[in-house]
Design a protein around this ligand. Structure first.
Ligand code: FES
Length: 154
């Protein structure tokens, strides 16, 4: 039996199949556990240095979370947050215990790993084990005129 004959035998037209497919795609998106938008348009590694170096345009909707204290997002393996003081921080998002993605908690101004409860302060220092090492910290530079936030490592 040909594929088209099989599909016809199920009584499904191409529109019905597309609807089923799209529902599956939407369900997948709804299961995303990333709490803030991820900027996927920005290369995060400078090809000439091999180091993290990217710029987020805070006028873009995808990056609006960083215009308010307590907001954060991920770009590649970096978590970028606007902390309580209004400053920006950028750290590795990869928990040093077993690699789970950490989250920024605006109420406590901490970085938290939901897997086993490790906590880090906003400099990446471990404040609650089992994490064995700090999160790598990156430099940030914000241009208030252009609303461009650069994240980089020296
Ligand atoms: S993976 Fe983060 S605490 Fe275990």
């Amino acid at each position: 039996m040909k594929r088209s004959e099989f599909i016809r035998s199920l009584g499904l037209g191409s529109g019905a199949l597309m609807a089923v497919y799209c529902m599956g795609a939407l369900t997948s998106c709804a299961k995303e556990d990333t709490p803030q938008p991820t900027n996927t348009n920005t290369p995060i590694i400078n090809p000439s240095t091999g180091k993290v170096d990217f710029t987020l345009d805070l006028t873009l909707t995808a990056n609006k979370g960083l215009t308010t204290s307590g907001g954060f997002l991920y770009n590649g393996d970096v978590i970028v947050a606007k902390v309580k003081s209004g400053n920006f921080i950028a750290l590795s998002k990869i928990c040093t215990h077993q690699g789970t993605t950490v989250v920024y908690q605006k109420d406590s101004d901490d970085i938290y790993c939901p897997n086993h409860g490790s906590m880090y302060d906003i400099t990446g220092k471990v404040t609650q084990t089992p994490a064995p090492a700090p999160l790598k910290m990156y430099q940030t530079s914000f241009n208030t005129t252009t609303m461009q936030l650069r994240v980089f490592e020296n």
